[in-house]
Design a binder for this molecule. Structure first.
Ligand code: FAD
Length: 461
């Protein structure tokens, strides 16, 4: 089994040859740091709105090296953060509903651009299944449904599927029911980010790879080769942000780990079903997420080792043997027939988590500095919406996007070490134990340990 090598997604499509590095100091109208979805979508919408703009994107490694080339491939409309927190914005609950509606429409926008630009990322909009595999999880699903209804989301946005209705879509061992959200698509993440990089460079955006930005200040991004000077400098480094000067406590680099099976036989697929290619996750506290891949495998992810001391980052995505074993157990428990296909690849990546678990799109017109990120694991669609929003903010064009409640949102900073490490590891230890207790019990009550975890995280998840 391969481990690391950035991700299965990249190995499946082949890592492209590196683009040139920044040759020396340069001037631009907009400089973007980081070539993942956030940076590339921002460049895409800016260039479309104003083809004359000189845009430089600086990327430390290669476009899609980060979470954008490693993720679970859920183009999900899920809100990156807590409704209650966003509702503290002056626009209140109405603003939150607008943000959620924009996120739902973003799933179609990603599909539209893929079709219009010829990006073949295996996108299928089959919706998303959140399955319950214990009585406590099922009770949470039902409470979640009530919560969605209270926010005004009707059956077109989410509905409950009982065991039989779920089985018509997919056979998941031990599942008792599910919530179904139609606004979600599956993609091959690296195909999406690679296609996007091709499109923006084809439109005239200068993308320099192998170019690390060492500092960002108003009007400039510093690199070893020289500075890029631009009135607007946008940070799009999500899970890597902590490595930049002054940003150590802005976003916590949370690990997420994935495994993928070998191709499943026709007989295996017949027994599982899953013909709609819905994305599929569970309601555990340390939840799993999965997709049926375009090449007939199951890719499944979960938390693994959640966080490295001092906001440490990985480089090639290799994961610990215990994490592979843990994810493999989940795979075999939910989809026992996958045992015949075995596991072929395991990898991980970092996503950015703000202290209040709410994402931000920020643009300071005084300094020309902007950034977006902190999508807490829901960044694939959100980065598109953030990119469109940043493009409007840079151009100074008021739009329905520029008043959404995540614009200008300020999250508190993370605690210094060792409190940060202890808090995150303690949180996930509690969640894992709570999951074990709930699985072993017939009780529909959420474990008190999970509630203690929610108190540590500060946000009900
Ligand atoms: C394993 C995993 C599974 C996930 N699954 C899902 C999912 O299914 N659905 C979903 O919605 N979200 C998911 N996410 C989250 C989602 O992938 C991210 O939120 C999203 O890709 C972030 O995009 P980004 O462009 O902001 O950051 P990234 O894709 O991380 O890009 C940041 C880029 O900046 C570059 N960079 C960093 N520092 C510098 C520097 N100093 N100078 C120059 N360049 C720099 C990096 O090399 C990187 O290429 C997952 C994340 C992971 C890790």
């Amino acid at each position: 089994m391969r481990n690391g090598e950035v991700s299965y997604w990249w190995q499946a499509r082949g890592v492209p040859p590196r683009r040139p590095s920044l040759p020396g100091g340069a001037d631009a109208d907009v400089c973007i740091v980081g070539a993942g979805y956030t940076g590339l979508w921002t460049a895409y919408y800016l260039k479309r709105a104003d083809p004359g703009l000189r845009i430089i994107v600086l990327e430390e490694s290669f476009a899609g090296f980060g979470a954008s080339g490693r993720n679970g491939g859920w183009v999900t409309a899920a809100l990156p953060g807590s409704r209650a927190r966003y509702a503290l914005h002056p626009r209140g609950a109405g603003g939150v509903r607008d943000l959620e509606r924009e996120l739902r429409e973003t799933v179609d926008e990603v599909a539209r651009v893929c079709a219009a630009e010829g990006i073949d990322a295996g996108l299928v909009k089959g919706g998303s299944l959140s399955v319950a595999t214990s009585a406590a999880q099922d009770a949470r699903l039902r409470r979640q449904l009530e919560h969605e209804r209270a926010w005004g989301d009707g059956p077109l946005v989410v509905r409950y599927l009982d065991k039989d209705e779920l089985a018509e879509r997919a056979t998941v061992t031990g599942a008792t029911g599910a919530l179904y959200y139609p606004d979600c698509a599956r993609v091959q993440p690296a195909d999406l980010v690679a296609g996007l990089a091709e499109v923006v460079t084809g439109a005239g955006v200068l993308l320099y790879e192998g170019t690390r930005v060492t500092a960002i200040s108003p009007g400039r991004a510093r690199t070893a080769a020289g500075d890029v000077r631009a009135p607007y400098v946008l940070r799009a480094t999500e899970g890597f942000t902590a490595a930049l000067p002054g940003q150590h406590r802005t976003l916590l680099p949370m690990n997420s780990s994935m495994i993928v099976t070998g191709p499943l036989s026709d007989a295996a697929w017949k027994s599982i079903g899953w013909d709609g290619c819905e994305t599929l996750g569970d309601e555990a506290h340390a939840y799993m997420y999965a997709q049926r891949t375009a090449d007939g495998r199951i890719a499944l992810g979960g938390r693994g080792i959640p966080y490295r001391f001092g906001s440490g980052l990985d480089h090639d995505g290799a994961i610990a043997a215990c994490t592979v074993a843990q994810l493999g157990r989940i795979m075999r428990r939910m989809f026992p027939v996958t045992a015949e296909a075995g596991l072929e690849h395991a990898w991980s990546g970092v996503l950015g988590v703000p202290r209040d678990w709410c994402a931000t799109v920020m643009m300071d017109p005084r300094t020309g500095l902007g950034w977006a990120g902190g999508y807490t694991g829901h960044g694939v669609a959100a980065a598109n919406l953030a990119g469109r929003t940043l493009a409007d903010l840079v151009r100074g064009v008021p739009s329905p996007l520029t008043t959404l409640p995540w614009v200008g949102h300020r999250s508190p900073r993370w605690e210094p070490e060792p409190a940060r490490w202890a808090g995150v590891h303690g949180l996930y230890a509690l969640y894992r134990t709570a999951d074990r207790l709930e699985s072993a019990s017939r009780s529909s009550r959420t474990s008190l340990l999970a509630r203690a975890g929610d108190l540590i995280s500060g946000v009900p998840h």
